[in-house]
Design a protein around this ligand. Structure first.
Ligand SMILES: [Zn+2]
Length: 306
């Protein structure tokens, strides 16, 4: 079974409160259709439908304090309870102690060693690599795991050639902020179809949507709603390409944040594990899944079974 992991940064399952939760306000018809009319909020989980399963899973993994990105993403790609090993949650970027867990034994390194095709589908701009090369920027946990596995991150030429996707899905940021006026433009629906097409070329692929955490820290309701509506368009495109295919899609997060804009901090909310695909594969994938440590083993099992 091929697995596509769509990582939504900083999205918890929050209250059905439109005053603080963009997910209670955003128009997300494709998501609603998958969840028989439900939204991505706390009351919706657990849900077991014809096309999707939604669980609420714990990102705090038994360690006190608010969950953070470096450790949360580290758990997601290793299955190791890194906060329990260290005694704390840490982020946003990995310190040396967190980074040590990402040297080997990640999903990316294990799949690469097993001869499986795996990739992080985001394209990174030249200034990202300039920042890394000059030491001014640290990799976050997911790209660190990818590069440690000996895999290359996709660059602007990969984006232009259609081998990778823009982190905002549409390419808008590449044209307006990064100055690549010729960058491929897609609407969210087209980006979803593209994402499905790319995912079918890999045994395991991951796409990282990080702007949601940023909007949560900035407490930007309108931006957050736009981000989620864009994501819903992507879901629509993805679903169009799902018919009869051996693809399982997992959508989850490292910690809550955006679902409660009354605070600029992360939250203690559970995060969604939204799984889309064939029913028995979903049942097997989500069996016993209650916290972030269960995600990587489930991905490993699903891919290795094929
Ligand atoms: Zn954050």
């Amino acid at each position: 079974m091929r697995v596509l992991f769509i990582f939504l940064d900083g999205i918890g399952l929050g209250e059905n409160d439109p005053a603080i939760n963009p997910l209670a306000r955003a128009k997300m018809p494709n998501l609603n259709a998958l969840l028989d009319g439900r939204s991505l909020i706390k009351d919706s989980a657990p849900f077991y439908g014809d096309h999707a399963t939604l669980l609420a899973i714990d990102p705090a993994v038994g360690v006190s304090g608010l969950p953070q990105s470096a450790t949360g993403q580290g758990i997601l790609v290793t299955g190791i309870n890194i906060p329990a090993e260290l005694g704390y949650h840490y982020g946003p970027k990995p310190n040396p102690d967190v980074a040590a867990f990402l040297e080997d034994g990640t999903l990316f390194s294990r799949f690469a060693k097993a001869g499986r095709k795996t990739a992080l589908l985001n394209a990174y701009p030249p200034r990202y690599f300039d920042g890394i090369d000059s030491g001014k920027r640290l990799y976050s946990s997911i790209p660190l795991a990818v590069t440690n596995a000996g895999l290359a991150l996709f660059r602007h030429d990969d984006l232009f050639a259609g081998r990778a996707l823009s982190a905002d899905f549409t390419g808008e940021g590449w044209r307006t902020i990064l100055g690549f006026s010729e960058s491929p433009a897609m609407n969210p629906h087209q980006a979803g179809r593209k994402l499905a097409a790319l995912a079918k070329e890999y045994d395991f692929s991951l796409f990282e949507y990080w702007a949601s955490d940023y909007a949560g820290h900035k407490q930007q309701m309108e931006t957050a709603i736009e981000l989620m509506e864009t994501f819903d368009g992507v879901l629509g495109g993805l679903m169009e390409e799902m018919e009869g295919d051996e693809l399982l899609i997992l959508i989850t997060s490292d910690h809550g944040n955006m679902e409660d804009l009354s605070t600029r901090k992360h939250t203690s909310a559970n995060v969604p594990a939204l799984v889309i695909g064939e029913k028995s594969a979903r049942a097997e994938f989500t069996r016993g899944m209650t916290d972030l440590t269960h995600v990587a083993p489930a991905i490993w099992r699903a891919v290795e079974k094929s």
